[in-house]
Design a protein around this ligand. Structure first.
Ligand code: 13P
Length: 243
């Protein structure tokens, strides 16, 4: 089985001064037994490229280059030092109207640039309350994950939209149900779907990480707010190492 993955998504947070947090994290986890990925804002990628951690972009354009003011290609992220890129984060889907086909195109662009795509999916509160969570997950998996996905180029991140930045976390049973469902879909569709890592994301903290990592088919976490400070992210990494 591939190593578990503790991933931090800094979103639109972080200036050069914030790199001190990563230095601290590096000192504490220089011999980590899990993979550690940090997705800082793109402005900090090149400054992070010599760190021990894997570094990722938070989004990429589906094209390699061209007249797309303000966008970054997967190749540019790779050139700056990234090895991963998030695609289809719910904030991109909501703020920028990205649909599943866009997310699949971005993920294919990631593969073409030799980046690992961390493809994000998850239901809204309305979808959860109407009982359509698993069908939403099916639609997102079918539409956002390219046929060329493998355990070597793809990580799936399950992030219920209603749990992101809210302090609300699904029950362990709810997380387990969705992760088992995703695993079944991945193994149906991909020869190495059993090895594709599935991360949970949404209000993960040091205080709930160990319980979440004990749920079957949770292979790590995609952490927002609690990845910004070494003191908050470090216990999550330690909990994953012990899981
Ligand atoms: P929070 O951990 O802040 O809830 O964010 C989760 C997330 O969106 C990570 O991509």
């Amino acid at each position: 089985m591939p190593r578990k993955l503790a991933a931090g998504n800094w979103k639109m947070n972080g200036l050069r001064a914030s790199l001190a947090e990563l230095k601290t994290l590096e000192e504490r986890h220089d011999d980590a037994s899990v993979d550690i990925l940090i997705c800082p804002p793109a402005t900090l990628i090149s400054a992070c490229k010599d760190m021990l951690f894997d570094i990722g972009g938070q989004d990429c354009h589906s094209a390699t280059s061209g007249a797309h003011t303000g966008d970054l290609s997967a190749q540019m992220l790779a050139d700056a030092g990234a090895s991963h890129v998030l695609t289809g984060h719910s904030e991109r889907r909501t703020d920028h109207g990205e649909d599943n086909a866009t997310v699949a195109a971005k993920s294919r662009a990631a593969y073409a640039a030799d980046l690992m795509a961390v493809i994000c999916i998850g239901e809204t509160l309305e979808e959860r309350e109407s009982g359509s969570t698993l069908s939403v997950i099916d639609t997102q998996l079918a539409g956002s994950v390219p046929d060329a996905a493998t355990a070597q180029n793809t990580v799936i991140a399950y992030e219920p939209v209603w749990a992101i930045g809210t302090g609300k976390v699904p029950t362990l049973d709810q997380i387990g149900e969705v992760h088992a469902h995703i695993r079944a879909r991945l193994t149906d569709r991909f020869t190495d779907g059993a090895e594709m890592r599935i991360l949970y994301g949404g209000s993960v903290k040091g205080s709930n990480a160990a319980d979440i990592f004990g749920v079957p088919h949770v292979d790590g976490a995609l952490v927002g707010g609690a990845s910004l400070k070494a003191d908050d992210f470090s216990p999550i990494i330690t909990a994953l190492e012990k899981a």
